[in-house]
Design a binder for this molecule. Structure first.
Ligand SMILES: Cc1cc2nc3c(=O)[nH]c(=O)nc-3n(C[C@H](O)[C@H](O)[C@H](O)COP(=O)(O)OP(=O)(O)OC[C@H]3O[C@@H](n4cnc5c(N)ncnc54)[C@H](O)[C@@H]3O)c2cc1C
Length: 494
């Protein structure tokens, strides 16, 4: 087979992938892949904003480090937290100055920084409640101007192999055909794993493909069981849909209420109340559920002026109104939901994995900055800082091979048709919901792990045709397998 060569292959066009591309030398020939259309990714869904010390008169980097460590239960990689906090403000400023990202401002022109759970200072730069979309849109515009970067959407990386120092990629396109590329360097920026759960805020692309492919290649995967469950996803029993109700709503004063419409967070967290870190709030909700026997919970900001709510949270206001709730007048129903992955492909302070030439950035990576639980709005910052560091590391390397095309022997993607995607994916999701949702359930983990192993082996050895459905399903099985294995191995640590 003939593989078309690029210097760098970036898998993913979310904020981490695109910011890496923007920071690579223009001499490098770069290929970017997006599984679907460019805007379908977790980056475009980010509501709250990006956290950084941007107002040094009222904030300190040591406080941002401290807040990050407290939220992460001190399981963070301190060296990388310091890189994040130290270098982050410059990357946010670059977004504004170089790429034209528009963050909300005060009347005097200064950045209107907001507060979110776990932050001791106002340090979240945001664009109303659609920050991710604003950043993603501006960066995509910029990357479109680069002659050295080719972006191909609706193309799924299905297989990645490595021989000598070259990576070989099998890409399944929307036409049902395969295309073959190779690259000296690969940046995995494939996002989260939310779709391994039934209830998630994540976009449909979040099936953990990059993590599974890196794992198969021998990359070290770390702390994949560090999954964040956001306490406030919109959860109306009439509407079978979860979408995020940003932490910033609590940051601006919303109360959490139980089924009796009583405030309960002060009983569990007398000081931090609703602004305790997300994992703490999610656990308090589950405790309160045990107490009241009801899974009905509400978020109430209706005591604030209607204009304030509409101005700060236009998208959330419209979304819940569409579902029949006016948040300026009444509480809205919420419940915890899978939201974010702290673990992933293990990388060092330059975003490099244990496999030479393979890098990882953004949600699929594990830099260790989040520890056991991510501090709100630190993930966009992590995506920016570490993807830039990856680009700088690659920029400093010599290219050992610059041929236009390379012949490589990869097995043909043919096989029997894979028709039971929904059935298998639903089974994986049900297992994960039972085994590990907010808390691990060890009995279900033991049972689930056994079954997931069978599913994974059947997929790997079934002789199926390699296409998008098969790849995503195998990725979900792999990710579920790694998460549950880790939960089981750590069962005596809690
Ligand atoms: C609802 C919501 C709100 C959030 N709010 C915030 C917030 O306010 N602040 C904050 O800091 N963080 C927030 N986050 C988290 C943050 O948005 C993400 O962690 C971050 O944007 C991830 O960026 P990424 O580039 O790593 O991945 P993504 O943006 O998810 O991009 C992944 C890319 O990989 C591609 N891809 C995946 N698999 C393949 C494959 N096999 N082949 C080809 N391409 C592939 C996808 O097509 C996509 O382009 C939020 C997340 C959600 C879901």
């Amino acid at each position: 087979m003939i593989f078309k060569r690029f210097d760098v292959l970036i898998v993913g066009t979310g904020i981490s992938g695109i910011y890496a591309a923007l920071n690579l030398d223009k001499r490098l020939n770069v290929l970017m892949l997006s599984k679907k259309e460019l805007s379908l990714c977790n980056s475009a869904l980010a509501q709250g904003g990006v956290a950084a010390v941007l107002d040094p008169a009222n904030d300190e980097k040591s406080l941002h480090v401290k807040d990050t460590l407290i939220a992460g239960q001190y399981k963070n990689n301190l060296e990388n937290v310091e890189i994040l906090v130290e270098q982050g403000p410059r990357d946010v400023e670059r977004l504004i100055e170089k790429y034209g990202v528009d963050f909300d401002r005060n009347a005097d022109g200064s950045l209107a920084l907001t507060l979110e759970g776990g932050h001791s200072r106002r340090r979240i730069a945001h664009h109303k409640d659609t920050t991710g979309k604003e950043i993603e849109t501006r960066l995509i515009e910029q990357v479109g101007k680069l002659e050295n970067v080719t972006v191909i959407n609706n193309s799924v990386l299905c297989r990645l192999e490595r021989e000598n120092t070259m990576f070989f990629a099998d890409v399944y396109t929307e036409n049902g055909t395969h295309e073959y590329y190779c690259a000296n360097f690969v940046v995995m920026a494939t996002g989260g794993i939310g779709r391994v759960y039934k209830y998630t805020t994540n976009s449909a692309i979040a099936t953990g493909d990059g993590i599974a492919l890196a794992y198969e290649l021998g990359a070290k995967i770390k702390n994949l069981s560090y999954v964040q469950f956001h306490p406030t996803a919109f959860a109306d029993k009439k509407n079978n849909e979860c979408f995020l109700v940003s932490e910033a709503v609590r940051g601006e004063g919303a109360y959490l209420l139980n089924c009796n419409k009583e405030r309960f967070m002060p009983d569990y967290e007398p000081e931090r109340k609703e602004l305790a870190p997300r994992d703490v709030v999610s656990k308090c909700i589950m405790e309160e559920q045990k107490k009241t026997g009801s899974d009905e919970f509400w978020l109430d900001i209706s005591y604030k002026p209607a204009d304030f709510i509409k101005q700060h949270f236009p998208m959330i206001y419209e979304n819940v109104l569409e579902k029949g709730y006016d948040m300026t007048k009444e509480p809205i129903p919420i419940y915890p939901c899978q939201h974010y992955l702290m673990g992933g492909i293990n990388v060092d302070g330059k975003g490099a994995t244990n496999i030479e030439g393979l890098y990882s950035a953004g949600e699929c990576s594990h830099t260790g900055v989040h520890g056991k639980n991510r501090l709100a709005s630190n993930s966009l910052l992590e995506a920016l800082v570490f993807s830039r560091l990856i680009a700088e590391d690659i920029n400093a390397k010599d290219l050992t091979d610059s041929r236009a095309e390379i012949e490589y022997n990869m097995s043909a993607p043919d096989g029997k048709s894979f028709s039971n995607k929904s059935e298998i994916q639903n089974e994986i999701r049900s297992i994960m919901q039972r085994a590990y949702f907010v808390y691990p359930n060890y009995e279900e983990t033991e049972k689930g792990l056994k079954r997931i192993k069978e599913i994974k082996q059947a997929l790997e050895n079934g002789g199926y045709e390699i296409n998008a459905d098969y790849t995503e399903t195998k990725s979900l099985a792999t990710v579920a397998y790694i998460i549950l294995s880790e939960i089981w191995e750590r069962r005596n640590e809690e």
